[in-house]
Design a protein around this ligand. Structure first.
Ligand SMILES: [Fe+2]
Ligand SMILES: [Fe+2]
Length: 185
């Protein structure tokens, strides 16, 4: 499929609001790819598809992902949507670029050692234009950081927010932050 065909099919499958979000994340991802010398086509493809499974039901996510290794992500079931999205991208959009698939898979929680495209989509999903809770100062700061530092800044911002609402980070997100901090020691 061409990028135009993929984008049109994403528009077909998602609500207006989710489609607008997907495009905003794709625009942001292309900018970050350009900034860090990464492949913009890859970044766009992964970003435009990242929430392709977000509007399916929990039953549907469980149907797509029956394996017990996904049990870690069934509560709350929304944590499954990246993994389900990866399968849909592979099977229904014929995406075979492993970096693109990885980026869709890990966009919600991050994962220790995830690649550059996954880092781009993870950060873009947080700072895209439609995210009204993100200030311009934070977007500017992200643009001045390496991709790895940007991932950590997004995790730290999420952790701050979670603290206020009495939630804690998922172990995958904690492990990604620990992985990055260890790397820089
Ligand atoms: Fe998502
Ligand atoms: Fe998203």
């Amino acid at each position: 499929m061409t990028l135009t065909e993929i984008t049109a099919e994403v528009a077909n499958r998602l609500s207006r609001k989710r489609y607008a979000h997907s495009l905003a994340v794709a625009t942001q991802a292309v900018k970050l790819a350009a900034l860090h010398g990464e492949n913009p086509r890859r970044a766009y493809t992964a970003a435009v598809l990242h929430d392709i499974a977000r509007e399916l039901s929990a039953d549907r996510w469980n149907d797509i992902l029956p394996e017990s290794r996904f049990d870690l992500y069934r509560n709350p079931p929304v944590l499954l949507h990246g993994f389900a999205g990866e399968r849909i991208a592979a099977v229904e959009f014929s995406i075979d670029d492993l970096e693109v698939l990885e980026a869709i898979r890990y966009h919600t929680l991050g994962f220790p050692g995830m690649g550059k495209t996954a880092q781009i989509v993870f950060v873009s999903d947080y700072i895209s234009r439609d995210r009204t809770f993100v200030g311009e100062d934070f977007r500017c700061r992200i643009a001045s950081l390496s991709l790895e530092e940007a991932v950590l800044a997004v995790i730290d911002a999420t952790a701050d927010y979670f603290m206020k609402t009495g939630r804690s980070l998922h172990p995958d997100t904690e492990n990604e932050a620990a992985f990055l901090r260890r790397k820089w020691k």
